[in-house]
Design a protein around this ligand. Structure first.
Ligand code: SAM
Length: 268
């Protein structure tokens, strides 16, 4: 039982529709990096003032924090460990509220902890107890730790997040600029982290692929990648984005991904 419902290869990228809990143990791909953004608890909408709409409207979201169907950190961490090579890195995105439990689960699964990477999203979410404008990457290693490729890199990176306000605030965003996935991550951010933990030709996995930003980054920078997504809607979006990346001239350029990511993002 592999749990693979669809399996599409585009250039250096393999996109799989299925549940990562079934697919990862079946594949055991021995990747050099797991770069992923699992669904985690959000505390944003459903407030008594009713200012949020769309996916954060009170009718759709009960403000318990669980907007998405989540996989427990304790279940996820050993699955990711089993999918990596003997010596490999993992960067797992977390919110500040999830960091402690996620970090403990990955430590229990045998990962070493390097550092908390900080993504300054620039825009902030309204909140009475400081407005959150950052998310985090748990920078972990399995086996022997290897140094990052560009040792001038800093742990804090400033990089604009995708504007998805049209999804929950009904903002008037031109159709061509509308991003379908509520938690799409910037390709520049994915490229920056990926370029520091891998070399061209290395294999990267993203077991929570969503709309495919990690795979787009891999395609642009000459890495191989496997993405797993359980929702057919996001799987199709990812396939389209990766196919676009494969067609783009940038996929052909022998540029170092770290360099392009540093230019695109504002590294502090
Ligand atoms: C936070 S989103 C990732 C967004 C992605 N980084 C992007 O840039 O579009 C997490 C994704 O994991 C998917 N997901 C949740 N549980 C899953 C599972 N058990 N197996 C595979 N995918 C899952 C969700 O459908 C969602 O699209």
């Amino acid at each position: 039982m592999t749990g693979i419902e669809r399996d599409i290869t585009i250039g250096t990228c393999r996109l799989i529709l299925g549940d990562m809990r079934d697919v990862l143990p079946a594949l055991r791909p021995a990747a050099r990096l797991c770069l992923t953004d699992p669904p985690y608890r959000l505390t944003a909408g459903g407030s008594s003032t009713g200012e949020m709409g769309g996916c954060f409207a009170k009718s759709a979201y009960d403000n318990s924090g669980a907007l998405f169907d989540m996989v427990a950190w304790e279940e996820m961490a050993p699955l990711i460990g089993g999918a990596l090579a003997d010596d490999a890195d993992a960067i797992v995105m977390v919110s500040d509220r999830e960091e402690a439990s996620a970090r403990a689960a990955f430590a229990s699964a045998g990962f070493g902890f390097h550092r908390l990477l900080v993504w300054d999203k620039i825009t902030a979410t309204p909140n009475r107890w400081y407005m959150p404008n950052c998310e985090f990457g748990l920078y972990l290693y399995k086996g022997r730790a290897s140094r990052i490729r560009d040792c001038a890199s800093k742990a804090l990176i400033r990089c604009p997040q995708q504007d998805v306000s049209h999804l929950y605030l009904g903002a008037d965003v031109p159709p061509q600029e509308r991003r379908p996935h509520a938690t799409e991550k910037p390709v520049a951010l994915m490229s920056y982290w990926m370029g520091n933990s891998t070399d061209r030709g290395d294999l990267v996995i993203d077991p929570f692929m969503g709309s495919g930003s990690v795979l787009v980054a891999a395609m642009r920078s000459g890495r191989a990648a496997i993405g797993i997504e359980k929702d057919p809607k996001w799987f199709d979006v990812a396939c389209a984005r990766v196919a676009d990346a494969a067609r783009s001239a940038q996929a052909e350029l022998p540029v170092n991904a770290r360099v392009s990511a540093r230019q695109e993002a504002m590294v502090l």
